[in-house]
Design a protein around this ligand. Sequence first.
Ligand SMILES: [Zn+2]
Length: 182
Amino acid sequence: MHKRLKTIADELGISESLLLAKNLCLYQEATEFEVVYTDNQGRSYLLTPAAAAAWRALSTAAAVDDITLTLVSAFRSIDRQADIIRRKLAAAISIEDILTVLAPPGYSEHHTGRAVDISTPGTAPATLAFEQTAAFTWLNTHAQRFGFYLSFPQDNPYGYQYEPWHWCYHPAPHDLPHYNLS
Ligand SMILES: [Zn+2]
């Protein structure tokens, strides 16, 4: 495993057997970004230039159909992912439970700069309620045309909870930049 990731995994108590059991992919961290959105607290949301262009096209097409897609999460660095897990461990949540809702550092699509968590007005972000919205129905019909795929459907093989809000841009299925582990 990548040395920096091994150090982080050891520190967080994420064993190699736990990683192997989850069938996860190790993704490269993005290095080029564009700001796609700045929220009313001044926080900027970053994606790679290609994913940013695809997101703009997707959200514009949705708006034409009277669907508002709100970005609630975009690029999140490997270090930031480790910080979030550290805070949950400090709150006495077990690493096994944490990893049903968060990817181990290095294995999250969010640090590829291509993944987005999407919400729509009137719905709490990152909740199953998103599945009942017109925005989710619209995404299921149209998102693939813009290269966005639902990463974690129900009963996904990675042991994650169902995430109707998490979509990832990859022009061909599974075409994400992996680390070469050989
Ligand atoms: Zn997500």
